[in-house]
Design a protein around this ligand. Sequence first.
Ligand code: NAI
Length: 304
Amino acid sequence: MSSMMQGKVAIVTGAGGGIGRDIALAMAREGARLVVNDLGASMTGEGANAGPAQQVVDEIRAACGEAVANTDSVADAAAAQRIVTAALEAYGRLDVVVNNAGILRDRFFHKMSVDEFDAVVKVHLYGSYFVSRAAAPHFKEQEAGCYVHMTSTSGLIGNFGQANYAAAKLGIMALSKSIALDMHKFNVRSNCIAPFAWSRMIGSIPTETDAERARVERMKQMTPAKIAPLAVALASDEGRGVTGQVFAVRNNEIFLMSQPRPLRSVHRGEGWTPESVARHALPALAGSFYALDRSSDVFTWDPV
Ligand code: NAI
């Protein structure tokens, strides 16, 4: 066991499987004591099962690490508070929160129901807020703490049929930046990772055409374990000074993602009318308009 996270206590939400499980295992290998949270829900957020969280705890303990299981839902304020309380009761401290729990309810926007929108925003955006907010007083008091939130290129760039998920994931980027700004003076850091990993979440991608099948084969190389090293490094003291950033990880590639800044401007001393906007401003800005890209239009090469 190495020791980049020796003495630290970490909560990883949704750590019963996929990316969260590998982050929890990697943090435990680096000496962290873990709260392995997972509701044990289906991919669409239905049901609950204590099995997955406990299994990961058993794996960590079998490798001589320390972990406790928690099966509260991140999507409820009181339950999220209990996740933080579980860390404080088990270990008396909390250093790291990894907001990773997630569900999908994909549907084209014009067919997406209120329930489908609400359920996804509740788990991702509210869930990240609830757990972060519950941890914030402790981080402030000890003048140290670190958040790592899972965002997605679905929100940062775009994808079909994911208005609920994309809205939540871009919201998480803003949440992370806001936490980074507001809590910087307490030595609290907050960063996002947009992961690419073959897990049950993308196991539902259609494989009808040859191109789709080839794409899925490439994606299978991107194991969830490839996300963990960046999460561990950010959560460790080696990550000091890194805050308010958005990273992406795809197999063996790590990206620093851009954040919106003005691209081009137009100005008229006398001000604008709708007509002058249409005739002057829009054509002048058009050279910098973005194409209607999806994530796969930007990440066009095979995972390295
Ligand atoms: P996964 O479905 O394998 O894992 C998510 C876990 O969250 C599950 O074990 C589930 O039981 C748990 N969960 C769901 N609702 C919960 C709740 N209310 N409270 C506590 N736990 C809950 O998914 P995967 O792929 O490992 O995704 C992890 C994170 O990474 C998610 O936030 C996802 O949006 C994000 N992500 C994943 C990508 C990928 O390529 N796999 C791409 C972009 C983002």
